[in-house]
Design a protein around this ligand. Sequence first.
Ligand code: URA
Length: 290
Amino acid sequence: MADAERDDGRSEARAIFASAAALVRELAEEGVSGFEPLPALAPFEPRAAPASTGDGRPVAAPSRMRPAPAAAPGQSRSEPSTAAALPPSLPTAMPALPPRARAGGHASLDVVRSALGDCRRCGLCEGRQNIVFGDGNPEAQILFVGEGPGEQEDRTGLPFVGRAGELLTQMIEKGMGIPRSDVYICNIVKCRPPGNRNPLPPEVSACRPFLDGQIEAIAPKVIVTLGKPAASLLLGREISITRVRGTWQTYRDIPLMPTLHPAYVLRQYTPENRRAVWQDLQAALERSRA
Ligand code: URA
């Protein structure tokens, strides 16, 4: 391995530990006094209807489906040619977050959101209008993970509300036959990369504890990754999305189904791609109900 690569790995590890330490400090400030290691997530139990938005905003506004705004012409990401937004060395141990049962149900999702705060941990904060934390049912059985907010998402603070979002919504509502508000949707980075470029490794690393916190808090039965970067990140290796999509993987004991990113499907609107996503989502739905 070249010196530069070795050094990159160390800087990355330092950035990850610094970000984990900052998160732990912030959680302590939130009044969280105990941390437990997270070797495996709690087994899923059917849960009551959610009482909060799931994006960390006040409980008064229930989780709901929002109308998708008009198409955003500039919003698209490339795939499968997308360079994976993988840090050179991926951590396997994430900082421990509070157990979901602490204050009943989904409290810990709100804790994760408040730990994120008005985040300035990476350069993406400079150009953002809104942090796009996530949206949906905090107790969802299916969690979708995309790459990063686009223009419409940055403007509204909600994930997948542009053209790709419209397609994702159709895939969920028409393809899977469930309301979008039943699932939870988030991204690997919570702020829009300028010009919709791929998020850079330090940006992905800075956001990683919060994605892990969301997964821990929601404890979904199934994770569906949208596109190569999300699948590569959670699987800890750079994958070929065309090879891996449609095959069951695992992330911390949770079944993970990688599928194509809706922005890619929009650009390559072929019967094959549409069928592939349809099959992947059917498989995810079936598994979530098993
Ligand atoms: N693409 C993504 O990966 N995430 C979004 O929220 C929107 C578009």
